[in-house]
Design a binder for this molecule. Structure first.
Ligand code: FAD
Length: 483
């Protein structure tokens, strides 16, 4: 584990240091061990999922009610104590853990599932509910969550909204932002902002909740969410196909759009290095399809299994005929469906098992996506400690996950060979330097490359309105001055 915060980043003297009086206050407010001070117990809240950063917080708070959250923030605001909001701590941009000694405010214990309206398909849930738990809940009513991602068993709905999480179903349901109908937020000074409507249509003034979706905890604490949950489709099909080149992957994607039409629900791709690492991590020796340089997963959904299967069959046959794919397999039952998805969904875990991970998450024009992986592979050639340079991602959303795994831990040399080169390359293509993971700690200093001066200035003004004492998630998202 290496701390990858900038070597010159210093703890700001602007923040107070935690005192015994502060700790007593929080222990009284949160009895039953919900104000954690034992260093061993604080440790998991200080380290991020991919083990790229570690903070030194000496206090983790686990409120169970919104009143408690308001009291915590009121106190921190008054005493100038910095706070790091944390959901399931599965974030991949270093935003969910403290940088120095910020108090961790964990949302895990605020986890009641509220009402589900069967007429509108709207679910209300506390921010600390686990995504998968909510999915199981709405499944009982014949609905599904409007997004899905590999971390579903650990990430929390508040964290999902705070990162505007993407995942594998954006092709079908659009971005999470469009499914969030209402939010309840606690502002930095403890004020409750009630934007928790369940309405699909509401054109009354400025839609304030939008500012908090994807703001990664720098503007306020999301405490409750109203989400539009689509009707679950009972028929699902999934195919895995191998292709010889990235051009053939793109041809297969275009064909899938045409032939699967409204049944299309996911299009993902993996290059051979990613695929092989994932199979190794899953300890899977039998290859589901004939090996080749690239793999594409296509999922279809429909109200009937026959229709979901029929469109996928047509895709497989036509793609073979046209020689876009060289081999393929279609899931025949639920087990095969889950096994094929595991190859894609457990890639992040396979990468962490391969070494220290330099992780990038770009939006790029499809024709340029893999060019960047190839150029990075060339650039990494001189470094003998680089194990793999791999590309995979949400192809249907033009979202490339580029990862460089390194043996023997973090390397400054490699980081400098990658950054800012990669970010500048993407900016030149008018891509995004963070498609779905957010900026967190790792990418904040490159925000201007993506958004320009005017947008950045307005973002700073917004931060000043919502959090004038700057206590929420400091050093993250907005570029922090390092001198
Ligand atoms: P955390 O990691 O705890 O926090 C993320 C950020 O949100 C932090 O800045 C934190 O301060 C802030 N935050 C958390 N909760 C709140 C709150 N209630 N109010 C205000 N701010 C808050 N992401 C994708 O977009 N698509 C994927 O496909 C995807 N796949 C993944 C697969 C794996 C295996 C893993 C480990 C991660 C994946 N991620 C993916 C990243 C991650 O799961 C998402 O970013 C997720 O939405 C984070 O939720 P969380 O509850 O873990 O939040």
């Amino acid at each position: 584990l290496t701390r990858v915060r900038h070597p010159k980043l210093r703890r700001s003297p602007h923040y107070a240091t935690l005192t015994d009086r502060d700790i007593s206050f929080f222990e009284r407010l949160l009895p039953d061990g919900r104000a954690i001070t034992n260093p061993d117990d604080c440790l998991p809240y200080n380290i991020d999922w991919i083990k790229t950063c570690q903070g030194q917080s000496q206090l983790v708070l686990k409120p169970k009610t919104v009143d408690e959250i308001q009291a915590i923030l009121r106190y921190c605001h008054e005493h100038q104590l910095a706070v790091c909001p944390q959901g399931g701590n599965t974030g991949l941009a270093g935003g969910s853990v403290p940088v120095f000694d910020e108090i961790v405010l964990s949302l895990r214990s605020l986890n009641s599932i509220g009402a589900f309206d069967e007429n509108s398909g709207v679910l209300i849930a506390d921010a600390g509910c686990i995504l998968q738990t909510l999915d199981v809940h709405v499944n009982q009513f014949g609905h599904t969550m409007p997004f899905d991602l590999g971390a579903k068993g650990s990430c929390l709905i508040g964290g999902n909204v705070a990162t505007n999480a993407g995942g594998i179903r954006v092709v079908r349901y659009g971005s999470l932002r469009s499914a969030v109908l209402g939010l309840e937020i606690v502002l930095a000074d403890g004020t409750l902002l009630d934007c928790l409507t369940s309405l699909r249509k509401d054109n009354t003034g400025v839609d304030l909740k939008q500012a908090f979706i994807g703001s990664e905890g720098i503007l306020g604490l999301i405490t409750r969410v109203a989400l539009a949950c689509p009707t679950a489709m009972s028929g699902v099909g999934l195919g895995l196909f191998s292709c010889s080149s990235f051009e053939k992957i793109l041809s297969t994607m275009r064909l899938a759009r045409k032939l699967c039409g409204e049944t299309l629900s996911a299009i993902e791709f993996l290059d051979a290095s990613t695929y092989n690492l994932s199979l190794k991590n899953l300890q899977q020796t039998n290859k589901p399809v004939e090996p080749n340089n690239f793999y594409i997963l296509v999922e279809t959904m429909s109200s009937t299994y026959e229709q979901a299967k029929a469109t996928l069959d047509k895709l497989a046959n036509t793609a073979l005929e046209k020689e876009f794919i060289t081999d393929g397999t279609l899931a025949q039952d639920l087990k095969q469906y889950k096994d094929l998805w595991a190859i894609r969904e457990r890639v992040p875990e396979a990468l962490v098992a391969d070494g220290y991970v330099f992780k990038y998450d770009f939006s790029l024009p499809p024709a340029r996506m893999y060019k960047l992986v190839e150029e990075t592979q060339k650039r990494m050639k001189p470094f003998s400690n680089v194990r793999n340079v791999t590309g995979f991602g949400h192809l249907g959303d033009q979202n490339l996950h580029l990862n460089i795994t390194v043996q023997n831990g973090y390397s400054d040399e490699i980081k400098h060979a990658l950054e800012p080169w990669l970010y500048e390359w993407v900016a030149k293509e008018r891509g995004s330097i963070s498609a779905e993971h957010g900026l967190g700690l790792h990418k904040s200093k490159y925000l201007e490359l993506n958004k320009g001066k005017q947008s950045l200035e307005l973002m700073k003004q917004m931060k000043n309105i919502f959090d004038p004492k700057c206590i929420l998630n400091p050093y993250k998202v907005l570029p922090y001055k390092i001198d």
